[in-house]
Design a protein around this ligand. Sequence first.
Ligand code: PEP
Length: 237
Amino acid sequence: MKLICANFKMNLLKKDILNYLKTIENVRKKNLVFFPSIPYIEYFKEKNYVVGSQDISYKNFGSLTGDTSIEQLKELGASYTIIGHSERREFYNDSKYVNQKISLALKHDFKIVLCIGENLKEFESSKTLFVLKKEIDEAFSNNLDMINESNLIIAYEPIWAIGTNKIPTSEVLKSTIYQIKNYILENYNLDLKVLYGGSVNLENIEELEKISEIDGYLIGGASLSPEKFLTLINKVN
Ligand code: PEP
């Protein structure tokens, strides 16, 4: 069964979350992880869903106004975290902290969804693999002895595909994910799962499902409507 991760980003209010939980009442709980905004983590936990945070602070505690500690997130019930989402890398200079955040998450037994991906310019100038390898190397240095197949999952998210309704061709996606897996296996001796993220929706899920290299999905916009999300989940093997 593939892993499905729903990233709500900074969307929805309490009433929407309560309605969401009601609508998805009978959905599978296995291999499904919700990443709501922090105030709603507990709501998902109370209903026995696996829940994660969209980010963590790079430090445990301290004078970091606005940050949330992984230990606080753990208290709310989070057991997963996304690290290195392109929006955090772009707006909060997060590439600088990815390595430290991974160490912290592993020390606290969180499972990590590590996002990597190239922007349009890099894609068009055939620099995709160069960028992905760099992001992997930066994330793995110092952390390798703690990373294993069950605590770190890669999410390949081409930045140009996020929220744009454009996705790579099946051929490109197949080859890129194969090369990500192969690079990690050859250089780090790890056989990691790779999710695809970027405009996954009801129109493209059937095509994506034909790509055997994809181990699951990180879904943003299409996870916001519980009805649509349920239909989407039912199309995933
Ligand atoms: C994301 O940003 O993680 C994502 C996958 O977004 P969307 O599905 O909206 O492209």
